[in-house]
Design a protein around this ligand. Structure first.
Ligand code: BTN
Length: 270
């Protein structure tokens, strides 16, 4: 019998010290953004059993049925420069990947697809986004939105997602305690963000690289807001978290340093 998300009591110090749980919302990101404007404290977490208008990156929607998964948004008020706020998505993807690895059998391949999708056996199980609210060139707050497909069965996924998405239960072969996973994920996320706030982004990136399996893969980078499509071979992730890609023209081409975009993994090598 699945426990209710209302039972969730994370063993954290500041992340989720205020935790608002809902049965159904449009989007936890929207609620956290509203709380951000109303002055709610750093670390406020909004969680919902189901979202009717879950928001993905790049204007996409995020499939968010009830009773199966985890959807939450953390309101953060980081004292960092605007060009460092993106580091929180690295913290979140490391937290999700490490929690997934801890609950799945060793045969499951957990990896991070740059910048922040967590894949299991090549299929997406978690999405992360980070809308940032700025004023006068300063970060006022950011909303770290995380969705994890936990107990979805394959036939519950919409047809168009069946080949590209999965859940922890599909991959691991058994359902999980969503409440416990939520508690563990919040605790892990708090540790990662504490690391960031302590100035240890390099150490966090080292752990990110352990879940990064894209080196040598052929990719296409495009999507809304990307001026020029790039096709090439992934070399790695630099010290700022940018994706390094050798364009398909060959060794003479300058290496592309990708800061944002939608990455498609292509078959074969570039
Ligand atoms: C993506 O993969 O494109 C990012 C998906 C982020 C989804 C999460 S679910 C909780 C939070 N609320 C939202 O509306 N979106 C994020």
């Amino acid at each position: 019998m699945d426990r209710s998300l209302f039972e969730l009591t994370p063993a954290t110090r500041w992340l989720g010290a205020r935790l608002d749980v809902f049965s159904e919302v449009d989007s936890t990101n929207l609620i956290a953004e509203r709380l951000g404007h109303e002055g709610a404290p750093d670390g406020t977490v909004v969680m919902a059993d189901r979202q009717t208008a879950g928001r993905g990156r790049l204007g996409r929607s995020f499939f968010s049925p009830g009773g199966r998964s985890l959807y939450f948004s953390a309101l953060l008020r980081p004292a960092c420069a605007p060009d460092e706020v993106h580091r929180h998505v690295f913290a979140a993807s490391v937290a999700v990947a490490e929690c997934a690895r801890a609950v799945l059998p060793a045969r499951c391949a957990v990896e991070i697809k740059w910048p922040n999708d967590v894949l299991i056996d090549g299929r997406k199980t978690s999405g992360i986004n980070l809308p940032v609210h700025m004023e006068d060139g300063r970060v006022v707050f950011a909303v770290l939105g995380i969705g994890v497909n936990v107990n979805l069965a394959r036939d519950e996924l919409p047809e168009e997602l069946r080949e590209i998405a999965t859940s922890l239960a599909i991959a691991g072969g058994k359902p999980l305690d969503r409440v416990r996973l939520g508690e563990e994920l919040l605790a892990q996320l708090e540790r990662e963000i504490d690391l960031l706030r302590g100035g240890a982004f390099a150490a966090l990136l080292e752990r990110y690289r352990k879940s990064f399996r894209m080196a040598g893969r052929k990719v296409r980078i495009g999507g809304p807001g990307v001026a020029r499509e790039v096709i090439g071979t992934v070399l790695g992730v630099d010290e700022e978290g940018a994706l390094l890609v050798r364009p398909r023209g060959g060794a003479a081409e300058p290496i592309e340093r990708i800061l944002a975009g939608d990455v498609t993994l292509l078959r074969g090598e570039a």
